[in-house]
Write a protein that binds this ligand. Structure first.
Ligand SMILES: [Mn+2]
Length: 335
């Protein structure tokens, strides 16, 4: 997985910084001038909105790939006053802070995918995709999204995650290398590489395979979950501190990891089964995210894009002193 870039936005000079970061990515991904321009406009507008309405916030940029086409995911997160009237704010000419009046309407048009979650008094989260070219692949039956960032001050995250599978099943693995920095990253990557070499392994098998592959590294916590849509169920196995949550309308399920460290100590691997009905969310996260959150505190969020769900949980529950990873998988809602 290409790494995500975080730009903290506290004042107008950082709007330009965010735009330049986006330009570096779209150039590396060989976007044409029109699509690169759309991405630059979207990042500029989103970052400007943060400064204007919330004062402070974050822009997250993530390279995407779909059927051989490159894309850019733009997340704009703030904990400002929120948008009282989302519908009106998407119409041109509507502005609460004396902007030029292009705003969210222009953002929605520039992006191929646009999703917004705003709670009065609790902030706004915006997610957009801009692609280098139109993709001709049929849309996936799954939708997923992630935040994976290093501890503040580190360059590379000591966490890693990966997804394998096709058709109506997917397996996701999250690994949290012990400590921080490049050595932790190597440990976590040893798990995702072992997964890449055994893409159809069950979650319990993945723990066994990773445990062997991490011998000689610092070690890692790891968790893997597989979802099979046609069967309406999934399985999870974890070693150490990776949280796995399954959220359905009105019910939450917290899956159990056994204690241990992949590569060092693994006394027991157990696979747990869970129901995964339509509309359910699978959420895996490292301990960089607090565990006390409740999806019920976010009315309507479950219906949003999986990437926006991951971003809102990161925005509000990042512990701020560790690498942090949140991965969300759901069935793509039918249009
Ligand atoms: Mn950690």
């Amino acid at each position: 997985m290409a790494s995500q870039v975080l730009i903290k936005v506290d004042d107008r000079t950082q709007v330009g910084e965010a735009r330049r970061a986006a330009a570096r990515i779209t150039e590396a991904l060989a976007f044409n001038a029109t699509q690169a321009g759309k991405a630059a406009l979207a990042v500029t507008e989103a970052a400007t909105n943060i400064v204007k309405h919330a004062g402070t916030g974050k822009i997250l940029l993530l390279p995407l790939a779909r059927a051989g086409v490159a894309g850019l995911e733009i997340l704009a997160l703030d904990r400002g006053p929120g948008i009282a009237n989302v519908g009106a704010s998407l119409r041109d000419g509507y502005s609460t802070a004396g902007s030029m009046g292009t705003g969210l309407g222009a953002l929605a048009r520039a992006a191929e995918s646009f999703d917004l979650y705003s709670q009065p008094g609790r902030g706004t989260a915006l997610r957009l995709e801009v692609w280098a070219a139109a993709a001709c692949a049929p849309p996936d039956v799954f939708e997923w999204g992630s935040v994976c960032l290093p501890k503040s001050g580190e360059v590379v995250p000591g966490d890693a995650w990966a997804m394998e599978g096709s058709g109506d099943y997917r397996t996701i693995l999250v690994a949290d290398g012990l400590g921080h920095g490049p050595d932790a990253a190597r440990s976590a990557r040893a798990a995702t590489e072992a997964f890449a070499g055994n893409p159809s392994a069950s979650p319990a098998m993945l723990m066994q395979i990773s445990h062997a592959a991490l011998a000689g590294t610092r070690g890692a916590a790891g968790g893997a979950a597989r979802v099979i849509l046609a069967e309406g169920r999934g399985t999870f196995a974890g070693v150490g501190n990776i949280a796995c949550r399954v959220e359905t309308a009105g019910e939450r399920r917290q899956l159990v990891s056994h204690s241990g460290t992949l590569g060092h100590v693994m006394r027991r691997v157990q696979e747990f089964e869970f129901a995964f009905p339509p509309g359910a969310l699978l959420i895996l996260h490292s301990d960089g995210l607090a565990t006390h959150w409740a999806i019920a505190d976010y009315p309507g969020l479950m219906a949003k894009h999986a990437g926006l769900i991951a971003a809102v949980l990161y925005r509000d529950h990042d512990r701020g002193r560790d690498d942090v990873t949140v991965v969300v998988l759901k069935q793509r809602p039918s249009p």
